[in-house]
Design a protein around this ligand. Structure first.
Ligand SMILES: [Zn+2]
Length: 437
């Protein structure tokens, strides 16, 4: 067998191709074909593909199923999936009652192993191919999570959680331990798997981190060129508490800015209660806010002023924020982005904003997310040269009258998938051309 002369292997995926070109433009190719090479790179997307160019091609025909880019979830917490949907408290008491005790259990390696496996399998089941995740403070459980993520094939931005104050003793580490364990994990995992795994330095939020710890973490992120992720201005009681803990800063956003933690590689969850000056700071530093509407309602936090960020040209991503959010599904989160926009209009009826559309939420969950993490050269849509992360959507079971034909445009079907999807709505998941499920 002469491997040198073996013609390059291609894969053709036929179906209805849907992907974002820009915030308001969703390209629909019906019927369409996605051609992927043996390295998992997209070589062509179109309607009329000349198969003579691909003598060695394996064809998968998904017929009338919709093929779209894999979803990008830019904020969720691994250890919280165990108690997803529980609690009626607001943020600070909810953390005490549910989150901190659950995170303590990750000291136990056997528990961590089992829970990690469930978490990543569920994420992939729901079509999330890239995720920004918070594990716990523990070095070992974070290491196990990176290991399982590498094995599963998912793309991941993650880093051990850092806290040195204002949390139960069992979740606090001194600065030295936070720093040394963070550095260990960066050395082992940052850029692993051809860049599919990325480290994010993860100060939980300003309340649980001293100024000295924030300074150290900022230096590490710069030195090692990692992502940074944290929480900002989520809840009114949190704002009050932050003010008493970090006194010498102009605002909550300035706490992070003054420590050098805002950058084009920074993801800040929530960003609900920001002054105009703070929003300008987000814009100047190219920081990415992450909108988590399900969580913001579940924990009675507030409403992200989406149109305001958009009008200032700030790129943001969306996140399920499990378990502040009670679904791990990005299709569900897209629905909540639309619904929360409607809630904003109900409360601001004298100055309503344009209703958020299906095209926009598809963008936020795919190409917009890729832009937010600076990976739009690899991810987000089906442009030639990008890596083939895609999912096949099955809407047969969610249309109660599927034998009738009145609401079957691709746009109708996408709205229905966003509003009525279940786990079964994701038929297949591919990452870098490799079938994951
Ligand atoms: Zn969170």
């Amino acid at each position: 067998l002469n491997l040198e002369n073996k013609p390059k292997q291609f894969f053709a995926y036929k179906g209805i191709i849907v992907h974002s070109i820009s915030r308001h433009e969703l390209e629909i190719i019906n019927p369409g074909v996605l051609i992927v090479d043996e390295d998992g790179t997209i070589v062509e997307t179109g309607k009329d593909v000349d198969f003579h160019s691909y003598p060695n091609v394996i064809i998968h025909d998904f017929k009338q199923k919709i093929i779209c880019p894999g979803f990008i979830d830019l904020h969720l917490h691994l250890p919280q999936y165990e108690f997803v949907g529980l609690g009626s408290e607001q943020l600070l008491s909810w953390l005490k009652k549910y989150t901190f005790p659950a995170e303590k259990r990750y000291e136990d390696e056997a528990h961590a192993r089992a829970a990690i496996e469930v978490f990543f399998n569920e994420l992939l089941h729901y079509g999330t191919t890239t995720a920004a995740v918070y594990p716990t403070i523990h070095r070992k459980s974070t290491d196990l999570a990176f290991g399982y993520a590498a094995h599963s094939g998912i793309r991941l931005i993650m880093g051990k959680v850092n806290m040195d104050q204002n949390a139960p003793d069992f979740l606090l580490q001194d600065i030295e331990q936070n720093v040394s364990e963070t550095l260990d994990l960066i050395d082992k995992w940052h850029g692993f798997n051809d860049g599919q795994l990325q480290y994010a330095v993860t100060p939980r939020f300003a309340i649980t981190c001293s100024s000295d710890l924030l300074t150290e973490l900022s230096a590490i992120a710069k030195d090692k060129n990692t992502y940074i992720q944290s929480h900002l201005a989520e809840n009114r009681d949190e704002l009050k508490s932050v003010k008493t803990i970090h006194k010498n800063h102009d605002s909550y956003t300035h706490i992070y800015a003054d420590h050098g933690l805002l950058s084009s590689k920074t993801l800040m969850a929530h960003c609900i209660y920001l002054s105009d000056e703070e929003i300008d700071l987000i814009k100047e530093t190219n920081t990415t806010p992450v909108h988590c509407p399900t969580s913001n309602r579940f924990l009675q936090s507030g409403i992200f002023p989406l149109r305001e960020f958009e009008s200032k040209g700030i790129n943001f991503g969306i996140g399920t924020d499990v378990a502040g959010g009670y679904e791990i599904s990005l299709l569900h989160e897209m629905k909540e982005v639309i619904e929360m926009g409607k809630m904003y209009n109900i409360l601001n009826y004298t100055n309503p904003q344009p209703t958020i559309t299906m095209e926009e939420v598809m963008y936020y969950g795919t190409l917009g997310g890729a832009i937010a993490i600076g990976q739009e050269d690899r991810l987000g849509n089906f442009q030639k040269g990008k890596e083939a992360d895609f999912i096949v959507l099955d809407d047969d079971t969610i249309n109660p009258y599927h034998e009738f034909d009145n609401y079957q445009t691709v746009s109708d079907r996408l709205y229905r998938l966003i509003y009525r999807s279940s786990k079964e709505s994701i038929q297949s998941v591919f990452i870098k051309g490799k079938r994951i499920r």
